[in-house]
Design a protein around this ligand. Structure first.
Ligand code: ADP
Ligand code: MG
Length: 376
């Protein structure tokens, strides 16, 4: 789960990580009051689930009140277009004290699956061009896999900062690591973490992503969810208990089991197409759940065809066929629906589909499925 910068900064404060003074503003009529309370110079920042806001016009520094009011009303009304997240309507802005920056560092913690450990990443070349640094000067980015106790100084020393600044940076790193562990974060990123002209360390940006599977023990974080920022189809899927992720292709897929879902996406690619989504209905889906999943899937406007690939184990093929049949009977579906079923009661399932009076292409195996998809 993602949260906004302003929310992440609230959590930072709880952990003793310095952040600038700021105020959240959600209404045009509140802008003046908010700017007044922060003063100038200030920074106006779009609050959307996207990085690279600075490069997309979503972060602006105002030296005086007049500019602050102008930028605030512009950003609060804008649709931010970023290479990372596409189009995002801005509904909230953060009005923040402008900090005198001496240097911008980069700091993050991610989960390294290869090493099965949290990894600490730091660079003295932080800021908006960190991606470029990663490509052109990878030697300026230092990584430390944390297997046991975390000693940030081991890595921070390599940056060549003064000892006072190194110690303050290490303190921020320890605090952020504590947050990551205690709150079950999968990603914590501060870019930039700045050294101010007054030689303080401060987080000017804040990004936290949490492990969805651990949210049951973090009610405070769950409350921070902003439904407006989520993809509407994904949100609906969450409510139905489905694992659905929207993708950019044209072949909608419905599969049971995450591994089979990924293999199915590979097969679609092999057939020269792209998947429109990832959808795992799970092992024990009822025909009602299948019907809901199918309705959700089909509401995607970009579909060229739907491919249903099910291995009937606990989920029986006849249940699946019943659910799909009901969904299709109730909906007007113009695109072809290709079905591959294997496993428990597959003949009964095929009979239900073939006798439904509706149009399905029931294929006998994956090779045939590839051929049908290729010919679309
Ligand atoms: P994004 O990463 O989405 O572009 P940031 O919050 O990192 O957004 O802001 C972009 C840049 O704007 C930062 O790298 C920093 O140079 C500047 N900036 C952001 N917040 C402040 C602030 N409070 N004071 C001064 N400069 C800021
Ligand atoms: Mg940033």
């Amino acid at each position: 789960m993602k949260i906004h910068e302003y929310q992440a900064k609230e959590i930072f404060k709880q952990y003793g990580i310095n952040v600038p003074n700021s105020i959240l503003c959600e209404k045009l009529e509140d802008i003046e009051k908010c700017v007044q309370s922060i003063g100038t110079p200030c920074v106006i920042k779009a609050q959307v689930y996207s990085g690279a806001r600075g490069k997309s016009g979503g972060v602006k520094i105002a030296q005086n009140k007049e500019n602050a009011l102008k930028y605030a009303s512009e950003i609060l009304s804008m649709v931010l277009v970023s290479p990372q997240a596409g189009m995002k309507k801005v509904n909230k802005i953060l009005i923040e004290n402008a900090v005198d920056i001496q240097k911008e560092l980069y700091m993050s913690f991610t989960f390294d699956r290869t090493n099965e450990a949290v990894t600490f990443i730091i660079s003295e070349q932080g800021g908006m061009d960190i991606e470029e640094t990663a490509v052109k000067n990878p030697e300026k980015i230092f990584k430390q896999v944390i297997y046991d106790t975390f000693y940030p100084m081991e890595t921070i020393e390599k940056l060549g900062l003064s000892s006072d600044i190194s110690e303050k940076t290490a303190k921020a790193a320890e605090a952020l690591y504590k947050l990551v562990i205690e709150k079950d974060a999968l990603l914590a990123e501060i870019n930039p973490l700045v050294i101010t002209k007054q030689n303080e360390i401060m987080a000017l940006d804040a990004k936290l992503n949490f492990d969805d599977n651990a949210l049951f023990r973090h009610e405070d974080i769950l409350l921070m969810k902003d439904e407006k920022e989520e993809n509407p189809l994904e949100l609906q899927a969450q409510k139905l208990g489905l694992n659905y992720i929207k993708l950019d292709g044209t072949i909608g897929c419905m599969v049971n089991g995450a591994g089979l879902a990924m293999a199915t996406m590979d097969i679609i690619k092999l057939a020269g197409k792209e998947a429109a989504n990832f959808l795992d209905v799970g092992g024990g889906a009822s025909s009602e759940k299948i019907e809901n999943a199918f309705k959700l899937l089909i509401s995607d406007k970009n579909l060229e065809a739907v491919f249903i690939n099910i291995f009937g184990g606990i989920l029986r093929c006849d249940f699946l066929a019943e659910g799909v049949k009901n969904a299709i009977a109730n909906l007007k579906i113009e695109c072809p629906v290709i079905v591959r079923m294997e496993g428990t009661n597959k003949e009964a399932g095929a009979d239900i589909l073939n006798n439904s009076g509706l149009k399905f292409t029931v294929v006998k195996d994956l090779n045939e499925a590839i051929e049908v998809i290729r010919k679309l």
